[in-house]
Design a protein around this ligand. Structure first.
Ligand SMILES: [Zn+2]
Length: 173
């Protein structure tokens, strides 16, 4: 992305937002060379950052893979079906708006956890156990302590982004 004033290609993103129809993203950029600002428009599918795994391998963000791991974490939990699709939408939007060419899987996982913990703490613990590779009960205890603090902080801020319905009564076998 070259500066239209001086043609330098180093710049930083100062603001990103999705266009009204969600198919393009507008970025306000500042040239590192001449300091001028300019706007670029990019197609959403072209701007998703690559995900950098812990072993440094790069891969494309895979929506279906994220939904599958969320479904696994939420198995038998009272989480409404479309909550995970909506969570995935929010994560995808966050990736689009990050304005970065690459995002670590660590950071992506932290975004997911931060969102999931507002929906179901136990599901978030399951997700964290895989993503953070929990080894023992202390890891879970530490997770629940921080999840509790996070939920308390969010409750102080206002209503959660996602309402959790009452658990469904399971039919007795
Ligand atoms: Zn410039």
């Amino acid at each position: 992305m070259r500066c239209p004033y001086c043609a330098d290609d180093s710049n930083r993103v100062v603001d990103s937002r999705l266009g009204r129809d969600d198919t393009e993203i507008r970025r306000r950029r500042e040239c590192q060379e001449c300091g001028k600002r300019f706007t670029t428009r990019e197609r959403v599918e072209d701007v998703l950052p690559r995900i950098v795994k812990r072993d440094e391998r790069r891969e494309d963000f895979d929506r279906r893979k994220l939904v599958a791991s969320l479904e696994k974490a939420c198995a038998k939990r009272p989480v409404p079906g479309d909550a995970l699709e909506r969570l995935t939408d929010r994560i995808e939007k966050r990736l689009q708006e990050s304005g970065e060419p690459e995002v670590s899987s660590e950071r992506l996982g932290a975004w997911v956890l931060d969102d999931l913990v507002q929906i179901d703490t136990l599901a978030a613990a399951r997700f964290a156990s895989v993503f953070r590779d929990f080894q023992n009960a202390e890891d879970y205890a530490a997770f629940f302590t921080s999840a509790k603090a996070r939920r308390a902080a969010l409750a102080a801020e206002g209503p959660p982004a996602v309402r959790v319905p009452e658990p469904h009564r399971r039919p007795s076998a």
